[in-house]
Design a protein around this ligand. Sequence first.
Ligand code: NOJ
Ligand code: CA
Length: 583
Amino acid sequence: MTGIDLSRRSLLPLAVGFWATTSASASTPSQPRAPWWKNSVFYEIYPRSFQDGNSDGIGDFIGMKDRLEYLAELGVDAIWVAACFDSPNVDNGYDVRDYRKIMPDFGTMADFDAFLARAKQLGIRVILDMVFNHTSDQHRWFIESRSSRNNRYRDFYHWHDGKNGAPPTNWQTQFGGSAWTLDEKTGQYYLHSFEAQQPDLNWENPEVRAELYAILKFWANKGVDGFRFDAITFIAKPEKLYDLTPEEIPARKTFADHGDRLSFYLKDMYKHVFKNTDLYSVGENWGVSRDEYARITDSRNKELSSGFRFDFQIKDNVDAWRKGTFHLSDLRAFNRDNSFDDHPGTWPVVWLEDHDYSRSVSRYGSQRPEYRDRSAKLLATMMLSLRGTPFIYQGQEIGMTNFPFKSIDQFDDVFAHNEWRLQVESGHISSQEMLVNLAATTRDNTRTPMQWNDGPNAGFSAVKPWMLVNPNFRTTNYSAESSDPRSVLSFYKKMIRTRKQFPVLIHGTYKDVSPDDSQIYAYIREDSTNRVLIALNFSDDEKTFALPEGETVKRIIASNMDRTQIQGSAMRMQPWESVVVMI
Ligand code: NOJ
Ligand code: CA
């Protein structure tokens, strides 16, 4: 433990700049003195694909720094930088070799410091991705740990004897295959929830926790504002080994313990690192029930500030690779569930895209080109009018779409190649079926380079990028959209401003007012001063929406079609039209 005093953070001068927001958040009637992260709009950067600053085809911190003005102008308050530490890149940085070193592909510590300093000048906060469920197999701790049964790092990981020549249990990784790998040298198996090169850390060992907390303090002392915790609901393992049932395996049931031990570790981490700071902690809360989520993120429990849930996102990603069908009823049910009106201590995250899922406009928007942009704006209207902290993923704000994948060699992701090997090469699934599905669901869809302009490599890099550029960059790009007041980008800017202007959109209660409509989704947000109705036509067809009984529209505060009037008690909604109105 470093024993560094984090309280000095509060003495740092407040960065003031263009679009800067204040540290002590705006008071609203329903939420006096909300913590900063409740009133913030976040933006996720996937460094490898955002902006190449040194012309080697890979995004980096020099490039990210150069684009900070753009993010300030967009109006975001905080950035989540996805995995950016030194790594052999078996899983694009989610296999960390050194938690105190910037990935050389992304630059040096000096580049990071310059990026952070500029972000602060612009009033933008920064949170970093902490991959603490596992390390890389090339991390110093694991190299030591596997070297002998008596090594002092042996207990940093989970080592067990096999059972009758087979792994200790039938547990599976999230990427397919056994979660145990035999290490010939010491004759035992080690546990990994993901690839074999990502061995799981043993959080039961207090020395492991102390090391991890010291890493958090190291970055907090540099001035970062919080952390996203990768795979955090995997850190606690069952007390005893057992086998999953045959039904649980294809359902991707994890073997993690979401109960007491997880709570114990999170409380311990809070106590050692987060207490008396304004650091934000947001978990990747995969695989937990709603009640568990509420427990983990309830401010009174002092575990995590907030978290990402996946109950909706995984619905159209069957078995993690097969394209499912989007039903408005699923989205509606999830949003109601995720508003947590019944849990005032719990604060949700609102998100549609990240670096692990395909593009939202391709998943939930119109498939007709004439409605594509409008449907992207409708999704923006929804995201920015729900209770919780919105996380926009890079490129979402310009309406980037899925890549037209046609062959397996176009994919980069380890998961896509694993599935190909396990399902196609073994003859279970035809190559055509796998390709069509992977093209729709692959994480590579959100990892194609950011489209900045219609020049070479979409303005991402002066040289051929590490990943294919989506061919639609000639029309879907920042440069074209920034000068077009009717673009998806201009709409995002407006909607972010609207959210800030009307805190009811952040903190108000949530009520679905169209529960049985299969086309129009409408809800009311309300606080002690304002009532706002949001109506969204999720369809290629027009439809009349009748206002809830007794309601009249006072004024329109946002519209994705420049609508200026709503008369009477019904509104004829155009395909993919969205409105936000004061009632
Ligand atoms: C979640 C990360 O977002 C993903 O990219 C990664 O593969 C897994 N966790 C494992 O770290
Ligand atoms: Ca570079």
